[in-house]
Design a protein around this ligand. Structure first.
Ligand code: ARG
Length: 369
């Protein structure tokens, strides 16, 4: 018999409440199975301070986390998520190998599949595996002597850290960063991704021949690797997940934001638009053509992605279906409404409520802080 302090008892009760709430939604169990499982989880929590999900609970929990995520406009497909259980890994190499396997399965020669790879849960002492990269595939950003950046300015800090761990980048605009993996209580280690695991699309424009000479590209798979998934009170701080891109993420943000690749002035110059007045709408016109290039290039390459009209229409279909089932739809309008042509999409005209439902994905402090 261990001594249970009042604080332990409170934590215990909170952890149990989270677990019990999750199991209440376990509609694949019969009532008596659910009761048996809930009692077993309580015993495991008391004995170890934690509990392990069954493979079924993990699969259902991961899908529910996607379904509940207020910032995702692509949730129509939540049931199709493939859940890869890698909770048994014990080394950084195994984490890296599983991430490479994730990218290969998710890319599927361009017929992108939604996948999540789940690594061991946070231990009762708080320790956890962390992937330092915000996504499995990210481009380096090199700070030059004059303060300007070659590559993706968003990743200057990560590029510097990779450098301090011994990685040497080639100094290009689209150099794939190594994967940095940190096991509990160990130093971080970096691994170069094999090129066959990194599907990329060179960008061209359906009408402007000069566009291809800009020599732009983007990676096919957006695989978020720094968020934590929470299911029934259990934390999975390393659980890379991916679907496919909405064109604007690349065309209206990654390549267009002034603190990212900042390409609108260059595109406008090639289009010979007067950029001396905002009212010429040079930014808007360049933005549309950049987005056409992204959609066109992915389609030509046979790599799946979706445009903002289609994805928002799919979202309202999903939303209406959920409401008919009596399932509350949580959505963060800032994230659901496209960054271009907002008012031409149905989501602009609807009201949304942001509920922090669980299971869900959450931001967490950077691993190196
Ligand atoms: N916006 C991020 C990026 O441009 C990706 C976020 C996840 N997006 C997705 N379609 N699953 O890389």
């Amino acid at each position: 018999m261990t001594d249970l302090t009042a604080a332990d008892a409170v934590t215990d009760a909170a952890a149990y409440a989270e677990a019990a709430a999750f199991l209440l939604g376990a509609d694949w169990l019969t009532d008596s199975e659910r009761t048996v499982r809930t009692v077993a989880v309580r015993a495991e929590l008391r004995a170890t301070g934690s509990y392990r999900h069954t493979p079924e609970e993990l699969a259902h929990g991961a899908k529910a986390a996607w379904r509940n995520h207020a910032r995702c406009v692509g949730r129509l497909h939540w049931k199709a998520l493939r859940v890869v259980d890698r909770r048994h890994v014990t080394s950084a190499e195994e984490v890296f190998d599983a991430c490479v396997g994730h990218l290969r399965a998710a890319s599927a020669d361009g017929r992108l599949q939604p996948v999540i790879t789940v690594f061991p849960q946070r231990a009762p002492d708080g320790s956890a595996i962390r992937i330092w990269n915000p996504q499995l595939i990210r481009y380096a950003g090199y700070r030059d002597a004059d303060g300007s950046v070659t590559g993706d300015p968003l990743h200057v800090e990560l590029t510097d850290m990779a450098g301090s761990l011994g990685w040497q980048g080639r100094g290009g605009r689209f150099d794939v960063l190594p994967l940095i993996v940190q096991m509990p209580g160990e130093e971080p280690r970096w691994f170069e991704l094999p090129s066959d695991a990194v599907l990329e699309v060179p960008l061209a424009h359906p009408e402007f021949d000069w566009f291809a000479e800009l020599d732009l590209r983007w990676h096919a798979v957006p695989a978020i690797s720094d968020m934590r998934m929470e299911i029934g009170g259990i934390d999975y701080p390393a659980c890379p997940f991916s679907g496919w891109y909405v064109g604007y993420e690349i065309g209206a943000r990654n390549l267009a934001d002034t603190d990212r690749y900042d390409l609108l002035p260059l595109v406008a110059a090639h289009m010979a638009i007067d950029t001396s007045y905002d009212s010429t709408l040079w930014k808007d016109r360049a933005l549309v053509e950049l987005n056409r290039a992204v959609l066109h290039s992915f389609q030509q390459a046979g790599v799946h992605l979706v445009d903002h009209h289609t994805v928002t229409r799919q979202f309202v279909t999903h939303e209406d279906r959920e409401r008919r089932k009596g399932y509350p739809v949580s959505a963060d309008k800032h994230w659901i409404v496209p960054p271009l042509s907002a008012s031409t999409t149905p989501v602009f005209h609807r009201a949304y409520e942001t509920i922090e439902a669980r299971p869900n994905f959450f931001r967490q402090p950077a691993a190196w802080r």
